[in-house]
Design a protein around this ligand. Structure first.
Ligand SMILES: Cc1ncc(COP(=O)(O)O)c(C=O)c1O
Length: 372
């Protein structure tokens, strides 16, 4: 297949369950079923449900609960998928044809760049978020990237990996430009709810008829393992993604749908968000102290949201070489910024189990003190 390797995912798939210390993830450490049961999730009835196929676009109960989170959405606007990754996949499959333009901010979660190249047959048009501008988009690059002929623009907001949330002015500018050139805007909001000391990032859904939102349980909710994501789109587009879903995973599992129905309940969702925020708030100072101890070799702006630190690497060698040394010599997995579209940076998981984070940072510190 003529598609670039999704390098970050390949790295994680290969190593995350093999290394001593995985600091390559991006959400809060995952919730257990036991924790959910402590908040009232009733597992008993689930034990008697035949493990047959579920409603393949998500049960009505789940789609109703999700629609209620997005202004103007109905269950027909909602398509439930296996993870937000599948939601992104289906949106791109439904919208992009050969020759279509596709733009994305970088750094970013690169799943969509590979998919866009596969279906449009041309390289993506990237616009940078700039470290020296507190990760604001480079507007000149944005105007060049989003042009008549651009079919789709992709944002992750809050952004993976910078943790930056777009300002209201930036959101308006991006939406207006998409309307002007006739592009769809795909807003991946899987980190919304993980904000630090600020309100939940407002959804872009409803800002224009051309906005599609993708989200899921994996990051701010802290439930990646049940593989539930969703997309919110005009009903005709949601129906088209459902049609394509018949060719991918057919549908989510019944048990996952039931867990999702519980997790997205307003009171439970807020508890899960609070859990994520508390973990990151408690552990951010550990990572900041560590960064200070490197004498500037690793430096980062604290994220507005997410559970990761995107650190600029100013030590000897490339960020890729550093990541490789950490993996091979210290059994610590972090992500090279190049795999997220920006060389010279390292992405590190703040939301890891605390002991693992502390030990991982100790090993990284040790490696930095050794000659390369
Ligand atoms: C921005 C973004 N979107 C989507 C995903 C995929 O998440 P999942 O399929 O686990 O919901 C990720 C995972 O890292 C991500 O960072």
């Amino acid at each position: 297949v003529d598609i670039e390797t999704f390098e970050m995912e390949r790295l994680q798939s290969t190593w995350e369950n093999v290394v001593d210390i995985d600091l390559s993830e991006s959400g809060a450490r995952a919730v257990t079923l036991h924790e959910l049961m402590g908040w009232g999730f009733d597992l008993e009835p689930q034990l008697h449900v035949p493990l047959g196929y579920s409603q393949t676009n998500g049960t009505v109960a789940l789609r109703e609960a999700l629609a209620a989170q997005y202004p103007g959405a109905t269950p027909d606007h909602v398509m439930v998928t296996n993870g937000s990754a599948e939601a992104n996949y289906l949106v791109l499959a439904a919208l992009l044809k050969k020759g279509d333009g596709f733009a994305l901010e970088v750094p970013n979660f690169m799943q969509v760049r590979g998919l866009a190249q596969l279906w449009s047959g041309r390289p993506a048009d990237a616009f940078r978020l700039r470290f020296d501008a507190d990760w604001e988009p480079d507007w000149a690059e944005f105007e060049r990237a989003v042009q008549p002929g651009t079919r789709l623009v992709y944002l992750s907001n809050p952004n993976n990996p910078t943790g930056r949330i777009l300002s209201e002015a930036a959101r308006r500018r991006i939406v207006a430009r998409c309307e002007q050139v006739g592009a769809w805007l795909l807003s991946d909001e899987v980190y919304a709810g993980s904000e630090l000391g600020r309100p939940t990032t407002p959804t872009l859904y409803g800002a224009s008829d051309r906005v599609i939102v993708v989200s899921g349980l994996s990051k701010a909710y802290g439930i990646p393992g049940v593989r539930i994501g969703w997309l919110i789109a005009p009903p005709s587009l949601a129906a088209e993604t459902w049609r394509l879903h018949d060719y991918t995973t057919i549908g989510p599992s019944k048990l996952s749908d039931a867990i999702a129905c519980f997790a997205v309940r307003h009171d439970i969702r807020e508890k899960l968000y609070e859990r994520t925020r508390t973990i990151v708030k408690q552990q951010l100072p550990i990572v900041q102290d560590f960064a200070r101890s490197t004498g500037g070799a690793l430096a980062f702006n604290p994220p507005d949201a997410t559970a990761m630190a995107f650190m600029r690497w100013s030590g000897p060698g490339t960020s890729g070489e550093l990541c490789r040394r950490l993996l091979e010599k210290r059994s610590v997995l972090v992500v090279d910024g190049r795999m997220l579209g920006l060389d010279g940076y390292v992405r590190l998981w703040i939301g890891a189990p605390r002991d693992r984070l502390v030990e991982g940072l100790r090993r990284i510190g040790e490696e930095l003190r050794e000659p390369a």
